[in-house]
Design a binder for this molecule. Sequence first.
Ligand code: V47
Ligand code: SF4
Length: 389
Amino acid sequence: MSTSIDSLIHIETDPQLKAIAKKVNLQQRITDEEGLILFEKGSLPFVGALANFIREQLHGNTTYFNRNFHIEPTNVCVFSCKFCSYSRLYANKEEGWELSIDQMVDIVKSYDGKPITEVHIVGGVHPKMNVDYFIELMKKIKAHRPTLHVKAFTAVELDYMFRKAKLTTEEGMKRLHEAGLDSLPGGGAEIFAPEIREHICADKVNADGWLSIHEAAHNLGMHSNATMLYGHIEKYEHRIDHMRRLRELQDKTKGFNTFIPLKFRNMDNDMSYVAESSIIEDMRLYAIARIYLDNFPHLKAYWPMLGRENAQLSLAFGVNDIDGTIDDSTKIYSMAGSEEQTPTMTTEELVTLIKQAKRKPVERDTLYNVVNDYSEVNFETAAVDASLN
Ligand code: V47
Ligand code: SF4
C-alpha cells in the first residue's frame, strides 16, 4: 500500500485544512492551533488520509505486536481516580488482592519455555508495597529469566514509592533500573491539564511530576510510553495541551517509544454518567495524534480496551502497533466495561487480525527490534511449530 495526498490537497476546499494537508505532505510539524482545527473541522476521511500517509511513510504496512504477559501486583490503591473501576480502597481490602513476591515470581515461572519477550507490571498504589519490595521483585525476576524485558510501574506508582522512601526521582529510578527495571509503561498520564486533572484524579501526581519521572528514566537510557485517557470531560484543547507537553519532552529526550490513547470506559465507576466516545471520534483521535505527534515513532491501539475489530480498524487511521498477546487476565479494562472480559489473543489470532486489514504482521520486542516477520506464515495451511501459539 502506498499513499499520496496530492489529490486530497487538490480537492480540499477549506483553506485551513488545505494548508495543514500541504504541511503534512512536506513533513512539517503542525502547530497547536492547527491540531485544534483538525479536531474541530477535520472529517474522518480527511484526518485518516493524512495519518495513513504519515504511518506508511514511517512504517509502510508493518504492524507490530509483541508477546507479553501482565502481572497486577494489587488492586488496592491509596488514590481515588473517578474514572477507575478497578481499585479498591485500603479500607475495603477484602475486595482486593495483594500478590507476594513469590506469587509474582511464580507467574513469571509459569511462562518458562514460552517465547514471550516482555512482562508488563502495573497495579494499584498499595501503601505497603514500597520501593524495596519492588527492587526485590525486579532482582528475582531477572535472576530467574535475565532476558525477559521488564516494563513496569506507572509514574503514579513510582512517584508514590519514591516520595514514601524519601528518594529523589533520579535516585529511585536508578535503584530500580539497576535492580532490573528496563522501561516504563505509559499509564497514569490521564489528562495533564490541571482543570481536568483536578476533577478526575485530583490526588495523584500532576503533569510536571509525571513528565519528570519519564524524563529521569530517559536520562538513564530507558525508554517509556505515554498514554492519554480521552473521551470523558476533556475538551479538544485539553487533548492538544496533553500532546504538546509530550511532544516537548520528546524533543528533549527522544525517550518515548509509543503513544497510546486510552478510551474512557464508563462501567462501574464514579464517572459512569459520562457517555463513551463514538467510534468516529476514536478514529479521529488516533489520526490526529499520528499527525500532531511527529516525533513519536509509534502509535498503539490497546485492543483489550478498544475491542479487536476497532483495533483492526485503527490500522487505517495511523496506528502501527496493536500491543501484545497479553496471555493473562488483566482486569483493569474488563472491570471498566470493556468487551474483552479475559483479554488473551493467540499469536495466530493477532496475525490473522493484522492480515485481514491488509497489513504486514511483525512481532517485535519492547524496543521494536524485529523478532519475527509473519507475512509469509499461513496458520491455516502451514505446519506451524506449536510454540508459535
Ligand atoms: O493510567 C483506568 C487507564 C491506565 C480506565 O505502556 C482506564 O504499553 C479507560 O497505562 N477506562 C493503565 N481507561 C493502563 C496503561 C497501559 C495499558 C496498556 C499498555 C500500556 C503500555 C499502558 O488505564 C491508567 C488509566 O489511564 N484506565 N480506568 C477506564 N475506566
Ligand atoms: Fe489507583 Fe490507578 Fe485506579 Fe487511579 S487509576 S485509583 S492510581 S489504580
